[in-house]
Write a protein that binds this ligand. Sequence first.
Ligand code: SF4
Length: 142
Amino acid sequence: MPHPPPSENNVKRIEKMVASYNAKSGTSKHPDAKVTESVVLGLARHLDTLGRPLCPCRYYPDKTEEIKHRTWICPCDDMNVYKYCHCLLFTTPEGLPVTEYLPEDHEGRAIYGLVKDPTPGQGRVLQAKAAEREAERKARPS
Ligand code: SF4
């Protein structure tokens, strides 16, 4: 069954968040606007139904349980620690996710290879938490 459209208000809120996070983290929007649009709509839908912008590109056995963790609230821990967005919402100008800072066994490395960060001075505000993120990734594989 197709999803009902999210509220216009929350679509605007997410668009604002994306623009501001792009500027802060030195990331770009995907060159194909449809890619960005579908992620924005998914995030806005979660804002409507859960009250939090839970990442729309993952499967959760229980979304209400999941939002108790900050891990996958956009911009998620993978983004703030590694500058990696597997939904392709925050990318390089070519539309690739930065994989340079990922642990070598991370799925992003297997899918995209090594993608260098074009703006290394920006983003990764939680990079000091990489060890914590790794422990969580191993405890709750995703
Ligand atoms: S992967 Fe992270 S940064 Fe990208 S859309 Fe999902 S929650 Fe946001």
